[in-house]
Write a protein that binds this ligand. Structure first.
Ligand code: FES
Ligand code: FES
Length: 179
């Protein structure tokens, strides 16, 4: 019996690139796909899984728009190959809140006018969720340092800072931490 051919794509005439089989958990669902070894995680999420909430700006790690959560850490998905995410847990903005039940950070951004066009917002959400888990964020300087890796061309940042401050207060209140 003939062995099934390994799935591949043609790179240049006569040069076949074998596809890699990967699996990962994306927003709580197990996903198994064949991918090109060079496929960026941002492109995999957007084009192969249709999760277009992950935005792509610079594609070289500067703007932060593509930031998602990978195994609980915020990661720039334009700097990670899909094959590196094999076996990992991925969370994108599609798993954060619903239109009728926003995530507290989404609610705070809405309340404090922390978004306008919204292009940067999915990345800002991932960055802030990570920071809220890891850092005290007691000073405005600390909050601005966290946000310094996410470019927003619309808001001037003040509303985003205030939204994050509101979430820090909420977090500290629920964990009993004294300000
Ligand atoms: S698109 Fe990834 S950091 Fe800009
Ligand atoms: S809200 Fe438009 S780039 Fe941030």
């Amino acid at each position: 019996m003939n062995k099934p051919a390994t799935p591949s794509v043609q790179d240049s005439p006569g040069q076949e690139i074998p596809l890699e089989s990967v699996w990962m958990i994306v927003n709580g669902q197990v996903v198994q796909e064949q991918v090109e070894p060079r496929l960026l995680l941002s492109d995999f999420l957007r084009h192969q899984l249709g999760l277009t909430g992950t935005h792509v700006g610079c594609e070289h790690g500067v703007c932060g728009a593509c930031t998602i959560m990978v195994d609980g850490d915020s990661v720039r998905s334009c700097l990670m190959l899909t094959v590196r995410a094999h076996g990992m847990q991925i969370s994108t903005v599609e798993s954060m809140g619903r239109i009728d039940a926003l995530h507290p950070l989404q609610e705070a951004l809405r309340e404090h006018h922390g978004l306008q066009c919204g292009f940067c917002t999915p990345g800002i959400l991932a960055t802030c969720v990570d920071a809220l888990q890891k850092y005290p964020l007691r000073t405005e300087a600390e909050i601005r340092a966290v946000l310094s890796g996410n470019l927003c061309r619309c808001t001037g940042y003040q509303g985003i800072v205030e939204a994050l401050q509101a979430c820090v207060a909420l977090r500290d209140c629920s964990t009993g931490v004294k300000p």
